[in-house]
Design a binder for this molecule. Structure first.
Ligand SMILES: Nc1ncnc2c1ncn2[C@@H]1O[C@H](COP(=O)(O)OP(=O)(O)OP(=O)(O)O)[C@@H](O)[C@H]1O
Ligand SMILES: [Mg+2]
Length: 354
């Protein structure tokens, strides 16, 4: 049965919520209140009765440590919803946390959810339905690079090209925006998690040592790089020796780790170069004048900005608060909904009224 949205029934929508539903981290922005929540996108569910035991930081700590019937999982992979039920449950918990008991009094909230620009219609539908299921009164989807550009204060509504590269956990997206829409975009399903996996593989192959996801991520953040470091550095890591199963530690150097990351880093940089190649000439000129903008956690990899600059011959800036820019951008659309809604209606996002 089709239901009308709260606003259509004449009841006011409660304060809006903007969600950056990322593969690695989920951020929630409360209308007029700013970023209220920033947690890993992980949920722990008891598979005997479907009960949600934990989410976010608490569920993250459970990964790899749960008894059989409890599963701590990431409901998104490669920027897409792979587990619909878990996503709906996660959204419901998030809405409850930021709203308290307000829903009953004020009706259901207007919700903006940021999704990768490459999502298929089926994936869009899955996110929209998960949000409605979780209690949204009105759902708008917004492309992440557009949200990041707004969050960075770029002139997205002007006849001027701005280029944003969002390197997340599961996807890297490149987009050129102008006049409130995405003109050219490209997404590769390579992100921070793939760099972590490359670190894990390298340490296993080169040192016969097994390391966990978290150790790999830490090593990537402390020692990983996209250009030579001066001086090169080293770090001690601990893992489990494959042959004996016993704990052992080894010293890894930044140059060898850079080589291990090169394939994935190369794919991200190539996506940037190719997108620039598809850009209409007038917009290319704007980008040459103003530079391009990196965002997402992956933008913080040592030397990545420098590497992109070397290969594109364009100035590269890293957006302030790269892990929050998408949520801040989507939140400012909520805060100025009348002025900014043209940014997504009929162009890069769809609104769903049920
Ligand atoms: N200092 C750092 N150096 C390198 N990588 C980092 C750093 N800080 C965070 N990251 C990586 O950034 C990634 C998370 O970024 P972000 O929160 O933007 O992703 P997401 O939005 O959840 O994912 P997606 O947009 O792909 O769905 C993780 O893979 C993390 O390891
Ligand atoms: Mg993201």
């Amino acid at each position: 049965m089709r239901r009308l949205s709260a606003s259509r029934r004449g009841r006011p929508l409660s304060r809006g919520i903007a969600v950056d539903l990322g593969t690695a981290n989920t951020l929630v922005y409360g209308q007029g209140r700013g970023v209220l929540l920033n947690e890993p996108t992980v949920i722990a569910v008891n598979h005997h009765n479907g009960e949600v035991l934990a989410m976010g930081h608490e569920a993250y700590a459970m990964i790899g440590r749960t008894p059989g019937h409890i599963v701590a999982e990431r409901p998104l992979r490669g920027g897409a919803v792979t587990d619909f039920d878990a996503t709906a449950k996660l959204l419901k918990l998030l809405f409850q946390r930021v709203q308290g008991g307000r829903t009953v009094r004020w009706g259901k909230p207007r919700v903006i959810i940021c999704v990768p620009s490459a999502v298929t219609n089926v994936e869009r539908r899955a996110v929209e339905e998960a949000a409605t299921e979780a209690g949204a009164g009105e759902v708008h989807l917004m492309e992440e690079p557009m949200a990041a550009a707004i969050g960075a204060g770029l002139p997205v509504q002007e006849p001027f090209g701005s280029m944003v590269v969002d390197i997340g956990g599961g996807t890297s997206e490149v987009a050129i925006v102008a006049l409130g829409g995405v003109v050219v975009s490209r997404a590769v399903r390579v992100g921070g998690f793939d760099l972590d996996a490359a670190v894990q593989r390298y340490v296993r192959d080169a040192y016969a040592l097994a390391i966990g996801e978290r150790t790999a991520e830490e090593l990537k953040i402390t020692l990983g790089s996209a250009v030579p470091l001066q001086p090169e550095q080293e770090a001690d890591i601990r893992g489990r020796e494959l042959a004996t199963g016993l704990p052992r530690h080894v010293t890894v150097g930044s140059a060898e780790l850079r080589a291990a990351l090169d394939d994935q880093v190369g794919q991200i940089v190539r996506a940037v170069v190719e997108t620039l190649g598809e850009c209409p000439p007038e917009l290319t000129q704007d980008i040459i004048d103003e530079g391009l903008w990196l965002t997402g956690g992956g933008a913080l990899l040592h030397g990545l900005a420098e590497r992109v600059a070397q290969e594109t011959h364009v100035t590269v800036n890293v957006i302030d608060k790269p892990l929050e820019a998408v949520a801040i951008g989507a939140g400012s659309v909520l805060d100025s909904f009348r002025d900014l809604q043209k940014v997504f209606q009929g162009t890069s996002t769809s609104a769903m009224h049920r």
